[in-house]
Design a binder for this molecule. Structure first.
Ligand code: GLP
Length: 247
């Protein structure tokens, strides 16, 4: 596990974006695992400026997002497809056909999960998967539970997650109750994972996830089992870590 501590969120974003740019330079057709939420927004902004300045091109790159809400009408401003188009894809030179998210409106959701998982497998799994962290330790939308489905599956969102995400919707009632998410098994198949954690409200959960027992009750703790895990934290999120901490 590589831990990176950053004095500012801006510094963290720049470094995370640079890792992605370096990957694309080495492998223009790299597969990127992408995430939504507020955490990766700064990283996407850096990627957009790098692309505008012709320091990187995504023309040959492929992306798979972690998750998507179930049942939001197509084109809904808060679907993760809309988020990705708005925050990254439409500002860079990705081929739209190479950007993938689960279809939360598929008539048969189980079949859609199997299709998405197979597509990721056939592509060879992401070279780099970006991850944010939910306040309850979720990754993607893998919520704490006694058991977790390993592959892409439909989840019922916890009330805590619905409340956390209500800030993006006109009211709590409009936050979907279900989502499709890559399973932790699928996530762990990525060649490298980059977990980004910001803010004092995530300080306890990130510390428990990385230093506590590995348990499905804290899905992010399963990331400890990945041999190529990088965690980037801003100062506020890293308060419980000894900065010389190494595993
Ligand atoms: C959301 C997403 C996750 C994200 C997490 C944290 O529900 N499904 O992929 O990492 O919650 O969000 P934020 O970065 O806004 O704190």
């Amino acid at each position: 596990m590589e831990l990176g501590f950053y004095a500012s969120s801006e510094q963290l974003d720049r470094e995370a974006a640079q890792r992605i740019i370096d990957l694309i330079h080495n492998k223009p057709g790299a597969i990127l695992g992408l995430a939504t939420g507020s955490t990766p927004l700064g990283v996407y902004e850096h990627l957009i400026s790098a692309c505008r300045q012709q320091r990187v091109s995504f023309r040959q790159a492929v992306s798979f997002n972690l998750d998507e809400y179930v049942g939001l009408p197509s084109g809904h401003s808060e679907s993760y497809r809309s988020y990705m188009n708005k925050m990254l894809f439409r500002h860079v030179d990705f081929d739209a056909a190479n950007t993938h998210l689960p279809d939360g409106n598929a008539p048969d959701l189980e079949q859609e999960c199997a299709r998405y998982d197979l597509m990721i497998k056939e592509a060879g799994y992401p070279d780099l998967q970006i991850l944010g962290l939910g306040h309850n330790g979720h990754i993607g939308f893998n919520e704490p539970d006694q058991t977790l489905s390993s592959r892409t599956h439909v989840v019922r969102l916890s009330e805590q997650t619905r409340h956390a995400n209500a800030r993006f919707f006109p009211s709590l009632d409009e936050v979907p109750t279900q989502a499709i998410t890559m399973g932790v098994g699928t996530i762990l198949k990525s060649k490298r994972l980059l977990l980004i954690v910001k803010g004092s409200d995530k300080a306890d959960i990130v510390h428990r996830a990385l230093t506590g027992p590995i348990t499905t009750e804290l899905p992010a703790s399963l990331l400890q089992t990945h041999p190529e895990l990088t965690v980037m934290m801003d100062e506020d999120a890293a308060v419980h870590f000894n900065r010389n901490y190494q595993r």
